[in-house]
Design a protein around this ligand. Structure first.
Ligand SMILES: [Zn+2]
Length: 131
């Protein structure tokens, strides 16, 4: 087999690999449909606070764990670091999965230090700034 043939096969394999939906596309589709793509159950639509600014990974734990095991557990939305045109939202609608929340709680039971950090974060969300 020539080098060009091998290169073409490699390009086809890489192209096919990139066609698979990344986790965020699955997340976005589930948020549109209201069905959790991990647990395949109907989610509950809730009005949740929008959090602005950079939230350090140490506060919430590894993002890959959240996206793979309980992507629809959180009851807040990240608003980004920049408020454009002076417009920002305090609340936003979000689908929340009860099975994701159970999985998150099990994970937090195994990680008590992280559980403390997330508890403080949720307490911050209940302050008057986030009505
Ligand atoms: Zn779920």
């Amino acid at each position: 087999m020539t080098r060009i043939s091998l290169l073409l096969i490699l390009m086809i394999v890489v192209s096919c690999a990139t066609l698979r939906d990344p986790p965020m596309s699955e997340f976005a589709r589930a948020q549109t449909m209201g069905i959790c793509h991990v647990h395949h159950v109907k989610m509950k639509r809730k009005s949740v606070p929008v959090v602005y600014g950079l939230i350090h990974g140490n506060v919430l734990g590894p993002m890959e764990v959240r996206l793979n095991r309980f992507p629809h557990a959180q009851e807040w939305v990240g608003g980004g670091c920049v408020i454009r045109n002076g417009k920002y939202h305090v609340k936003q609608w979000l689908y929340v999965c009860p099975e994701c929340q159970k999985a998150e709680q099990e994970w937090l039971n195994e990680n008590p230090e992280l559980a403390k950090s997330i508890k403080r974060f949720k307490e911050m969300l209940s302050t008057p700034y986030y009505p």
